[in-house]
Ligand binder design. Structure first.
Ligand SMILES: Cc1ncc(COP(=O)(O)O)c(C=O)c1O
Length: 384
């Protein structure tokens, strides 16, 4: 990767970049998209996780490549731009929204009442709130039920709650329409292997999911299963779902950019694609710790550089061996980074970081710069 970052540093300087810059490498993104196409059966629908991709242009590029018009949304202001960009979009909320937020969303966006937005419901109390809102709006809301398949982040936990929700939906066909289930299984793969294998944890979570589908088939034939969205996965379990899954709708986002938190055994076939590049402002022969005379004179084996900005949710990846200094501390303004004395990095060169997650980092930048090997194209993020 050293040659890669050297070339990227030169390309950025040739193009006169001089501020912290968020970069997505197009060639690497294309490899990840090809990998998804290779792994995913055409029978399963893909759903792009909007928060993890953070830019309409990026979503447009990916949606086109994957022929996908399904989106998972976690923040209500993201819904209008997604619907405007993708008129065929089907939206599934990734978390239950407070009723007042939904009320104010429809007050501002009355025309969106016709759009297929599946609202996520995790309890009977919340379903009653949505029913009351649907009556006030004189409309019908799509209801997707969050089920707990082992993550224990909320969602219903048993068939008693499930039947209670379905019965209420069934009793109000004018205002509520059942649209499917959402069972997120991010815990699979995080359980120490010594306690339980990933395959076993996945099997157990799928068995939980199956329990609800079976109940639907046996007791609620009025809901046509072919029309329902059985959503699951997320990047950490994507590859498991491509082998065998009860779900017909698979969400993913982060793995296409593969920030450092997604360096997982289940995602070995994906490549890191997103970097922060930031210029060196100053270079010092040694790290001087303010106020500590003893340490000020201590010889160090590393140079210290100060970079533009810092303290992002990201790891320094270039120059090799670059590290923040725990004694000196972090800074969002100009961060001290220790680099090996052997590094030839100089003022105005770029250092590179790999975000640990895409969701928080993308929203700190106004643009993603799509790097094609030669050119940089700006894509606005949701922040712009
Ligand atoms: C409900 C749900 N599904 C899927 C995802 C997966 O998103 P990603 O693929 O970006 O990890 C998340 C992430 O927070 C989620 O909460």
């Amino acid at each position: 990767m050293l040659q890669y970052f050297k070339a990227l540093n030169e390309a950025l300087q040739r193009a006169n970049f001089a501020l912290p810059t968020l970069i997505v490498d197009k060639a690497r993104l294309d490899v990840n998209l090809a990998q998804v196409k290779h792994m995913l059966s055409p029978k399963v629908n893909s759903r792009l996780v909007v928060k993890s991709l953070g830019s309409i242009e990026l979503l447009k590029y990916i949606a086109k490549q994957l022929n996908c018009s399904r989106f998972m949304v976690f923040h209500l202001p993201h819904i209008p731009p997604v619907l405007d960009t993708f008129p065929q979009a089907n939206i599934l909320l990734g978390k239950p929204m407070p009723i007042k937020a939904v009320q104010s969303f429809y007050a501002k966006n009355e025309q969106r009442l016709k759009a297929p937005i599946q609202w996520l419901i995790d309890s009977i109390e919340r379903l009653h709130q949505y029913l009351e809102l649907a009556k006030v709006l004189n409309s019908k809301l799509l209801i997707n039920i969050e089920i707990d398949v082992g993550l224990h982040r909320g969602g219903i936990q048993d068939l008693i709650q499930f039947r209670e929700l379905l019965n209420l939906i069934q009793d109000h066909p004018k205002h509520l329409q059942f649209s499917g289930l959402m069972g997120y299984d991010a815990h699979v793969g995080k359980i120490p292997k010594i306690l339980q294998s990933t395959e076993k944890t996945f099997e157990l979570s799928q068995a939980q999911y199956k329990k609800y589908i079976k109940c639907l088939a046996n007791e609620y034939q009025m809901f046509n299963q072919a029309d329902l969205c059985f959503n699951g996965a997320g990047s950490p379990t994507f590859s498991l779902h491509t082998k065998r899954s009860i779900c017909n709708d698979i969400s993913f986002g982060s793995m296409l950019l593969k920030p450092a938190d997604f360096d997982l055994p289940t995602l070995v076939d994906f490549q890191p694609t997103i970097w922060i590049a930031t210029p060196v402002l100053k270079k010092l022969p040694t790290t001087q710790i303010p106020g500590l005379a003893l340490l000020e004179k201590a010889p160090t084996h590393k140079n210290a550089v100060f970079v533009y900005g810092g303290y992002w949710m990201a790891n320094y990846v270039y120059p090799k061996g670059a590290k923040t200094n725990a004694l000196y501390g972090r800074s969002s303004n100009q961060e001290l980074v220790n680099v090996p004395k052997s590094s030839d990095i100089k003022i105005d060169d770029f250092v590179f970081l790999q975000p640990t997650q895409s969701e928080a980092v993308i929203s700190q930048f106004e643009q993603i710069w799509l790097y094609s090997g030669k050119t940089f194209t700006p894509w606005e993020t949701f922040r712009a």
